[in-house]
Design a protein around this ligand. Structure first.
Ligand SMILES: Nc1ncnc2c1ncn2[C@@H]1O[C@H](COP(=O)(O)OP(=O)(O)OP(=O)(O)O)[C@@H](O)[C@H]1O
Ligand SMILES: [Mg+2]
Length: 329
């Protein structure tokens, strides 16, 4: 269609809700469906990177240098203004200078899936959570939440793919905020248990207040300068029920559906023994050999993840259709 890739962030600050499994299976399904997919791992635990066989030596193989470069570029622009005012420019340290030499395409690696490329993660990526606020202190007008989307756009990465999946950590830190700000579609996996429902509710509250406060801070300046105001928008935000056990959780799921309404996809991703059992070399259902499993288990596991993808694809096609209609207007 010639439209840039849709960015899909899978997020929830509750741990173990199925973010990585959902994200990895959606990426694989989309690739099998013929889409060109980029997976970006924003979780320093790197599970997604292992699933796609990536080996990352240090933070220089992660998105870290892209964020650094975004800040370095901001600092350079700021320095030009300082020079014009006759002030001393801020110096760029070694990290920032190095980061300026990199391009996003240098960080993208191939995986054993022909249609899936990866920007991996590794423990050192966690350093970004400490470094980003320090940079922000140095450059108060740096729009840190734009870093990831700007960098992916600048290097033409979004034009080279159909879908970009972001696997985020179980925290609403700076990396997650960057991922969510870059996203067009946000998927929030959660299980049908009271604890997960409750904590997901708090995740949405935090999300709302975090992005509201970023907007508020920006818009004081924007109004003063007569610039357009900032308003974060997503094409779609959906909760996705994961690890569903129909025998035990039907009531809870119905209750959640009543509360969440259209923001919850009606498809329920069943709990399947296929995921936990898949061995070291096998990373998910689409890589599993059906002969290794009980026939029923295999078929049901396969069906439930196929259905998770089908529900996602309906959402995605709707979003693309809206963009297409908007483009011809
Ligand atoms: N549909 C499913 N059926 C059975 N087990 C599942 C299913 N989805 C995920 N799991 C299992 O649940 C556990 C947590 O899943 P996953 O790692 O995807 O969650 P996460 O939200 O990414 O966790 P983290 O917060 O650690 O990043 C894993 O052991 C995974 O194998
Ligand atoms: Mg995870």
């Amino acid at each position: 269609m010639g439209l840039p890739a849709k960015i899909v962030a899978v997020a929830n600050f509750k741990g173990g809700v199925g973010k990585t499994s959902t994200c990895a299976h959606l990426a694989m399904s989309a690739a099998l469906d013929g889409y060109k997919v980029l997976v970006i791992n924003l979780d320093s635990q790197g599970s997604m990177t292992s699933i796609f066989g990536g080996r990352v030596a240090d933070e220089w193989g992660t998105v870290f240098p892209l964020l650094a470069q975004h800040f370095a570029t901001h600092l350079q622009a700021d320095n030009r203004l300082r020079a014009a005012r006759g002030e001393t420019p801020a110096s760029l340290d070694e990290t920032l200078t190095e980061a300026l030499k990199l391009r996003a395409c240098n960080l993208i690696r191939k995986t054993h899936w022909p249609n899936i490329d990866l920007i991996g993660a590794q423990l050192n990526l966690y350093w970004a959570e400490f470094q980003i606020p320090v940079w922000r202190m140095q450059g108060r007008s740096w729009k840190l939440w734009d870093a990831l989307s700007d960098m992916l756009t600048a290097d033409g990465v979004l034009d080279a793919y159909d879908i970009v999946f972001l696997d985020t950590p179980s925290a609403l830190g700076y990396l997650t905020i960057n991922g969510l700000a870059a996203a067009d579609i946000v998927l929030v996996p959660l299980g049908a248990s009271f604890l997960e429902f409750d904590s997901t509710g708090r995740f949405f509250d935090m999300l709302h207040s975090t992005f509201r406060s970023i907007e508020a801070g920006e818009n004081i300046a924007a109004r003063a300068l007569g610039r357009d105001e900032l308003a974060f928008e997503w094409d779609a935000v959906r909760t996705v029920l994961t690890r569903f056990d129909g025998a035990q959780q039907s009531e809870m799921a119905a209750l959640m559906q009543a509360y969440l309404g259209r923001t919850m996809t009606t498809q329920r991703q069943d709990f399947t023994a296929l995921i936990g059992q898949a061995g070291e070399q096998v990373n998910g259902i689409y890589e599993a050999d059906y002969r290794d499993f009980n026939r029923e288990t295999y078929i049901r596991g396969r069906e439930t993840f196929d259905a998770t993808y089908a529900a996602f694809k309906r959402l995605l096609l709707g979003v693309w259709r809206r963009d297409e209609l908007a483009a011809v207007k």
